[in-house]
Design a protein around this ligand. Structure first.
Ligand code: BG6
Length: 504
C-alpha cells in the first residue's frame, strides 16, 4: 500500500479502449494528469486513446484538455504542464470488434519499447460498455498483443455482469486470457479517501476494536443518496436499476469494509479474503420474505432548486411504464460471532433531497441512567458518523455536560473533518486506483469471488423484483427522502434513517 513516486514507478503504457468516451474525459485523464503533476508517473509513460472516429493526436488532446479543465479537482490545467503531459498522449483509430485493428497497438508498443530501451507495464483499460469487455480481451489474445503476466494488466469497469450467471461467464472468459493478478475490476468507492480511512480508523486505534461488535453496536446504516436523476443514462439504467448499479457493488463493499475481521497485514489477498468472508457470512435472502427486508422506489417529477425536473418514466430512453427502481433499501444481517443480531440497513436512490454518502454506526443505550430524567437528562445513544461525501469527515456523537450550574446533558460532536483540506486537496478515487494499478496493488480492486458473492447475495431480490412487475411506481417525488415503504422498513425495527447532522 506504499505509494510510489516517479523515480520508483516503472515505465507505463496505457491503452484506453473507449478513449473518446465520457469516462475517459471526466475521470481517467484528469486522474492521470493529476498523478503526473504529483510526480507519480514515470518519465516514460504513454497514453494511447482509441475510438472509432477519425481524429488527429492534436484534436484528441484538445478534447481531453477540455475534460480536464471541466472536471479536474484542480480546475483548469496550466498550459505548460498540460503540453508536457499531453505530448505523451496519442490517438489510434480502431474498431474494438476487429482483431486486425489491434495490430496498430502492437506496433506502437514496440516503437515505445525501442525508443525507451525499457520494459514498460502495459495496461489495457476497458472504458467501454460491458458487453465489449470480453471482445477486447479476446482480440488482445487473437492479435497476440503483449500479455506478459508480470507486466500486463487489464482494467474492467463496472457493471461486472448483470447477474450471477453473466458475472461468472465474464470471469471465466477473462480468466482464459489473463490471470487473476492481471485483472483490475474497478469499484471506485473503494478508492475514496474516507473509505480508505475506515481501515486506518478501525485498525490503527486500540480503542475501536473492543467496541466494534454486537455487544456495543446496535445497528449500522449505509446510505448513499443522490440529488441527480439518471441524467443521460436512460438506456443503461433501464436494464440495470439501482440494486445492480449501486448496491451490488458500492454499498456492499462499504458494508464489507465496516464488517470485516482485522486482516493480519495489508496484502491484497489477505484484505480481500476478509471482505469476502463477510459476504459469505451474510444471511441468505429468503424468496418468500423479500418484502420484509427490501423496499424499492422510483422517482416521479418534482422541483429541484427551483427547476422542474421530469419523473424517471419521462426521462430519455426510458419506458413510460417502466418498473425499474431508482431507489432501494435493504436490511441485512451478518451471521457471525461479531455481528449476530445487528441489522445493517442500506439505502440508495436518485433524485433525493440531498447528495450524501454516509455510514452511521449507532451504539447501544447505556445500561443504566443515573441522571435526572425529569429534567430531560436521557442520554442519547452514541453514534459514529463516517461521512464520505460531499463533506468528508468522521464524527463521534457523545453525551456531555452543558456548561453551567446544572447537570444537564447535551450531545456534542468530536469531529475529524480533514481540517484545512478542501475536496480539491484530496486525491480523487481514480487517482488512487490508477496509481495502485501502476504499482500492481490489487487491494482496492474486486476479485472474481468478491463480485460473484455479491451477485449471489442479491439475486433473490433481483429475481423477485423482476417477476413482481407492477410496483405502483412512481412512489416518491423528486427532492424527497424516498418512498414511504423504505421508511416503514426501518421504522418497524424502531429506527429511522439518519441524515448528515447539521454542522454546529
Ligand atoms: C456509479 C453509478 O457507479 O456511481 C452512478 O453508476 C452513480 O449511477 C455513481 O451516480 C455515484 O458515484 P459518486 O462517486 O458520484 O458517489
Amino acid at each position: 500500500m506504499t505509494k510510489t513516486s516517479s523515480e520508483e514507478t516503472t515505465p507505463a503504457i496505457f491503452i484506453i479502449f473507449g478513449g473518446t468516451g465520457d469516462l475517459c474525459r471526466r475521470k481517467i485523464i484528469p486522474a492521470l494528469y493529476n498523478l503526473y503533476l504529483e510526480n507519480r508517473l514515470c518519465q516514460n509513460f504513454a497514453i494511447i486513446g482509441t475510438g472509432r472516429s477519425e481524429l488527429t493526436d492534436v484534436n484528441y488532446r484538445n478534447t481531453l484538455l477540455e475534460g480536464v479543465n471541466e472536471f479536474s479537482r484542480r480546475g483548469k490545467a496550466n498550459k505548460e504542464d498540460w503540453s508536457k503531459f499531453a505530448s505523451n498522449i496519442s490517438y489510434q483509430i480502431a474498431d474494438i470488434k476487429d482483431a486486425a485493428s489491434y495490430q496498430a497497438f502492437g506496433s506502437k508498443i514496440d516503437a515505445l519499447k525501442t525508443d525507451w530501451k525499457l520494459n514498460p507495464s502495459i495496461t489495457y483499460y476497458c472504458a467501454v460498455a460491458p458487453d465489449l469487455f470480453c471482445t477486447i480481451a479476446e482480440n488482445i489474445s487473437k492479435s497476440k498483443l503483449e500479455n506478459d503476466p508480470d507486466t500486463t494488466r487489464i482494467i474492467v469497469e463496472k457493471p461486472f455482469g448483470r447477474d450471477l450467471e453473466s458475472a461468472k461467464e465474464l470471469n471465466k472468459r477473462l480468466l482464459t486470457i489473463f490471470n487473476e493478478k492481471q485483472i483490475y475490476r474497478i469499484d471506485h468507492y473503494l478508492g475514496k479517501e474516507v473509505v480508505q480511512n475506515i481501515m486506518a480508523f478501525r485498525f490503527a486505534n486500540a480503542i475501536m476494536e473492543p467496541l466494534w461488535n454486537r455487544n456495543h453496536i446496535e445497528h449500522v446504516q449505509i446510505s448513499v443518496t443522490e440529488q441527480i436523476g439518471i441524467e443521460d443514462r436512460g438506456s443503461y439504467f433501464e436494464s440495470a436499476g439501482i440494486l445492480r448499479d449501486m448496491i451490488q457493488n458500492h454499498l456492499l463493499q462499504l458494508l464489507c469494509t465496516i464488517a470485516m475481521e482485522p486482516p493480519i497485514n495489508f496484502d491484497a489477498d489477505v484484505v480481500r479474503d476478509r471482505k469476502v468472508e463477510v459476504l459469505h457470512a451474510m444471511r441468505k435472502i429468503v424468496p418468500g420474505k423479500i418484502d420484509m427486508i427490501a423496499a424499492r422506489g422510483q422517482y416521479g417529477p418534482g422541483w429541484v432548486e427551483g427547476k422542474k425536473v421530469p419523473g424517471y418514466r419521462e426521462e430519455k430512453n426510458v419506458d413510460p411504464n417502466s418498473n425499474t427502481e431508482t431507489y432501494a433499501a435493504l436490511k441485512f444481517y451478518v451471521d457471525n460471532w461479531r455481528w449476530q443480531g445487528v441489522p445493517f440497513y442500506l439505502r440508495t436512490g436518485k433524485r433525493l433531497f440531498k447528495s450524501a454518502s454516509l455510514i452511521t454506526i449507532q451504539f447501544r443505550e447505556i445500561p443504566h441512567n443515573m441522571f435526572n430524567k425529569e429534567e430531560g437528562n436521557v442520554p442519547k445513544q452514541n453514534r459514529l458518523v463516517i461521512s464520505i461525501q460531499p463533506d468528508m469527515g468522521i464524527r463521534f456523537q457523545l453525551e456531555s455536560k452543558t456548561p453551567g450550574l446544572e447537570m444537564s446533558l447535551n450531545t456534542v460532536d468530536m469531529v475529524f473533518d480533514y481540517a484545512g483540506k478542501s475536496k480539491s486537496d484530496s486525491p480523487e478515487a481514480y487517482e488512487t486506483l490508477l496509481l495502485d494499478i501502476i504499482s500492481g496493488d490489487q487491494t482496492l480492486f474486486m476479485r472474481a469471488d468478491q463480485v460473484e458473492s455479491a451477485w449471489e447475495l442479491i439475486m433473490p431480490v433481483l429475481d423477485y423484483w423482476a417477476k413482481s412487475g407492477t410496483a405502483n411506481f412512481p412512489n416518491y417525488p423528486a427532492d424527497s427522502w424516498g418512498p414511504e415503504n423504505a421508511e416503514a422498513l426501518i421504522a418497524k425495527d424502531g429506527f429511522h434513517w439518519f441524515n448528515l447532522p447539521e454542522k454546529k
